[in-house]
Design a protein around this ligand. Structure first.
Ligand code: AMP
Length: 435
């Protein structure tokens, strides 16, 4: 037997409702904030991620799925969504003045070769959003508010918004120099990876999962202390907007996030729900003002976030949110030979009218058909035999009230619609009490 690849997951029919419920909330909240969906390919030229996520990040260094295609080009399964959105916006020239700011969201599978554990997989799903073409601090606040509103709509209330600023390129550069100086005498106390990171990009030392509680890192200089006046003003305005929006936040001076493209605001929303274990970050994001330029696009400042869907589902498990239960409108039970009667046509006509209906393929007896019907949770049993066929009627039995009514086939659709929408008949079904 061939098994699924380590770190991947089948999403089975028994679990699909919780995914689809979440996707519905995602689309509704995106509409509320006026974001449009963009769908990009799941693989791209490897260079795109090397140049955006960053050569020195763990993601590019150790985690991408790279493969050479038959034309000897290097491709990579996308490890995140922003780089592809940037590529697509530039390539499709979506940035005309009247389009800006662009408010886009994406949803789909991402791939990282990480050590699989609860809430951490090799194929996982992200929902991300980006506001492109404005450096207004209001856009940073809008993105954070969008993320928080999405969580609220999912009824995940127990959250912490942590925010920090890395400043503009100039502040970031100054900070990196200070960090390099500070780490120089201490780096030997940190892990091997940190020693490598120190050489390549000292900021990445702060992402270390091994040494994150090491006093060397805890006491390291903080980006906030190196902000230029302009960067500080930007951050102050973001904070003012968050206050205005009544969003509870804490400034986490150690937050840097593991992707190279961030400038100014970075943020994470975490949750202490116990089902998440050590993977408490539900969403991460920030501003990236130089990415478009660095990928040969126009000068488009942008800000965005990405949610991990599997982690959201773990969080939802903890708060016991009820997922919607499967149901169908009708189960059609036929007595006798289905080919001899109008049964298939009746079923098909009802489907064309929007009635969810299923029936037996196995020629089961009536008792077995009831059993199968009950597995599918119908609102009505439709019971149809030769007698009914002769009279052109059908017996409709409500699974809730257990009431059974014989209805003319010609009135069946209207009868079901009235019952399913809980409206009393407006006249014409010919079968209800009022007719
Ligand atoms: P990042 O793209 O690294 O900023 O991550 C954004 C969000 O994606 C994280 O907060 C997680 O919720 C989720 N995430 C990242 N990596 C994984 C993974 N390997 N498995 C599951 N979720 C992940």
């Amino acid at each position: 037997m061939i098994n699924k690849i380590k770190g991947t997951q089948d999403i089975l029919p028994s679990e699909i409702n919780k995914w689809q419920d979440l996707e519905e909330v995602m689309r509704n909240v995106s509409k509320l904030f006026n974001f449009k969906e963009i769908r990009t390919p799941i693989f791209e030229a490897s260079e795109l991620f090397h140049r955006s996520v960053g050569e020195t990040t763990d993601i590019v260094k150790k985690e991408t799925y790279d493969f050479e295609d038959r034309g000897k080009r290097m491709n990579t399964l996308r490890p995140e969504g922003t780089a592809s959105v940037v590529r697509s916006v530039i390539e499709n020239k979506l940035y005309t003045e009247e389009n800006l700011p662009l408010k886009l969201y994406y949803y789909g599978p991402m791939f990282r070769y990480e050590r699989p554990q609860k809430g951490r997989q090799r194929q996982f799903h992200q929902f991300g959003a980006e506001i492109i073409g404005t450096d207004s601090p209001l856009a940073d606040a809008e993105i954070i508010n969008f993320a928080a509103t999405f969580l609220k709509a999912l009824k995940i209330n127990d959250i912490k918004i942590q925010i920090n600023s890395l400043g503009d390129q100039e502040s970031k550069q100054k900070y990196m120099e200070a960090l390099r100086e500070y780490l120089k005498p201490n780096i030997k106390h940190l892990c091997n990876d940190c020693n490598r990171r120190y050489e390549e990009n000292p900021l990445r030392v702060l992402d270390c999962k091994v040494d994150m509680d090491n006093p060397v890192l805890i006491n390291a200089p903080k980006p906030l202390d190196y902000l230029s006046d302009e960067a500080k003003m930007h951050f102050d305005h973001v904070i003012m907007a968050l206050e205005e929006l009544d969003l509870d936040y804490t400034i986490n001076k150690n937050l840097v996030r593991g992707l190279d493209y961030y400038t100014h605001t970075v943020f994470e929303i975490t949750s202490d729900l116990e089902t998440l274990g050590s993977q408490s970050t539900l969403v991460g994001g920030g501003r990236y003002n130089n990415l478009y330029k660095s990928l040969e696009g126009p000068d488009l400042p942008a800000v965005g976030f990405a949610f991990g869907i599997e982690r959201l589902l773990l969080a939802l498990e903890a708060i016991n949110k009820e997922e919607s239960k499967d149901f169908i409108h009708c189960y059609f039970l036929s007595i006798g030979d289905i080919y001899q009667t109008e049964a298939l046509k009746i079923i098909n006509d009802l489907r064309h009218g929007g009635i969810i209906i299923d029936y037996d393929f196995f020629n089961k007896n009536l008792k077995q058909q009831f059993k199968q019907a009950d597995r599918l949770n119908p609102k009505y049993y439709l019971i149809y035999g030769e007698e009914e066929a002769k009279k052109r009627t059908i017996n409709v039995k409500s699974t809730e009230t257990k009431e059974q009514v014989e209805v003319d086939i010609d009135n069946l659709y209207q009868y079901l619609v009235n019952g399913l929408t809980n409206r009393s008949c407006s006249g014409g079904c010919g079968s209800c009490d009022g007719c």
